[in-house]
Design a protein around this ligand. Structure first.
Ligand code: GLN
Length: 387
């Protein structure tokens, strides 16, 4: 293949391959247990696959409506109303997307004008800042500081300017495993009150909140719901991250803008999968039991890690556990994650990957969405590490 003959000025000069791909590849190459990239090791119940096949065979194989299959939007509306008490109109306020990442990208593309500021909380999921940059926006960073990763609302208030277009929030939070409280949402609501700021809420881990806490969705609070794009995803909830189906809840005015972009980003999403999910969603127990399922995994993993010298940070939600190696090694997290993959046979994610300018905190992220046996073997390997 001849090489590209022109000069290529990258729109994302500082972006390489995502850390999730890098670490999963290294895990595969070295045969390590892969607790890096976040995805479940287990399958959905066969019923879900049967439903997809049923709809394929029944001939639902052409484009779904641009905003999503109607039965799925209706099922989402019922679920959200039951959980958060807010009624979204399926026709004008719910849009089905190709996963959470596309929802977030499209929300940013639809709303951010060149030079607009977008407030992110760092550590931030790695797609947010590049999505802002690709759309000509300017990322402004609020810090969630190691080790408790709590938002500093006074700082957020200072960062809001007349140029602020969006605030991107993420609860439960990847990578820290923290979740926001009612008081956090009220602080956010008070800061944006009276402004034109839109909240883009990444809530894809909404059903993984532990120890009796409830998920505080922006959809739950009318003043926030009125200015929010709330993003969720079926991949996390039903162990089908590869299916890439998610959705956005937003008031009619914001949804209209979102769909202007959505129709040209993907137009629409896999039809039989949408119809299968619509039927599957009718059984609320299938998502309501997820918190207990993952809480048990979390506890098993934490009990296993207690035999290592790593210090565990609290985990209130998501399927990620942070572990501090403060005092055990002076290595940077990326170097340590690579060494543990090669030498101990356990892959993790260095939390520095979630920052523009990382603070060098001694902390790694482990994904516990794995079979019990995998988690136990990983803990045994980590317990053998000589620090
Ligand atoms: N959300 C997953 C994680 O945080 C990764 C998804 C991806 O690989 N892009 O690990």
């Amino acid at each position: 293949m001849p090489r590209f003959p022109g000069a290529l000025e990258s729109r994302l000069p500082n972006v390489g391959t995502t850390i999730f791909t890098v670490m999963s590849r290294l895990a595969a190459e070295t045969g390590a247990i892969n607790l890096s990239q976040g995805y479940p090791e287990f399958s959905a119940p066969p019923l879900l696959y049967d439903l997809v096949l049923k709809h394929m065979r029944a001939g639902s194989n052409q484009y779904a409506p641009m905003a999503g299959a109607i039965p799925l939007r209706e099922a989402i509306a019922r679920k959200v109303e039951a959980l958060y008490g807010t009624r979204y109109d399926p026709e004008h306020e719910i849009t089905v997307t190709a996963g959470g990442t596309q929802a977030i990208f499209t929300g940013i593309a639809a709303l951010v004008r060149p030079g607009d500021e977008v407030i992110l909380f760092e550590p931030a999921y790695d797609s947010y800042a590049p999505s802002v940059a690709l759309n000509g926006g300017v990322a402004v960073r609020a810090r969630l500081r190691f080790p408790d990763y709590r938002p500093d609302w006074a700082e957020v208030r200072r960062l809001v300017s007349p140029r602020t277009r969006l605030v991107v929030v993420n609860t439960p939070h990847n990578p820290s495993g923290t979740s926001w409280t009612e008081s956090d949402l009220r602080s956010l609501a008070a800061i944006v009150e009276g402004t034109n700021v839109v909240v883009l809420a990444d809530e894809v881990y909404e059903h993984m909140v532990f120890d009796g806490r409830r998920h505080e969705s922006c959809a739950r609070y009318p003043d926030l719901a009125a200015r929010s794009l709330v993003v969720s995803s079926f991949g996390k909830t039903y162990h089908v991250t590869g299916w890439k189906v998610g959705y956005v809840l937003a008031p009619r005015e914001l949804t209209a803008e979102l769909r202007k972009a959505h129709q040209f980003v993907v137009f629409t999403v896999n039809t039989p999968v949408q119809l299968a999910l619509a039927e599957y969603l009718a059984d609320a127990s299938l998502y309501l039991e997820l918190a207990a399922f993952y809480q048990r995994k979390r506890d098993l993993f934490r009990a296993g890690l207690a035999a290592t010298r790593l210090r565990l940070l609290p985990c209130h939600g998501t399927y990620f556990q942070l572990a501090s190696y403060e005092g055990l090694s002076g290595e940077r997290d990326a170097a340590l994650a690579e060494r543990l993959t090669r030498e101990a046979g356990v892959a993790s994610i260095p939390v520095s990957a979630f920052y523009e300018d990382p603070p060098h905190d001694p902390v790694l992220r482990f994904c516990f969405a794995k079979n019990d046996d995998t988690l136990s073997r990983a803990c045994e390997r980590l317990a053998r590490v000589r620090w």
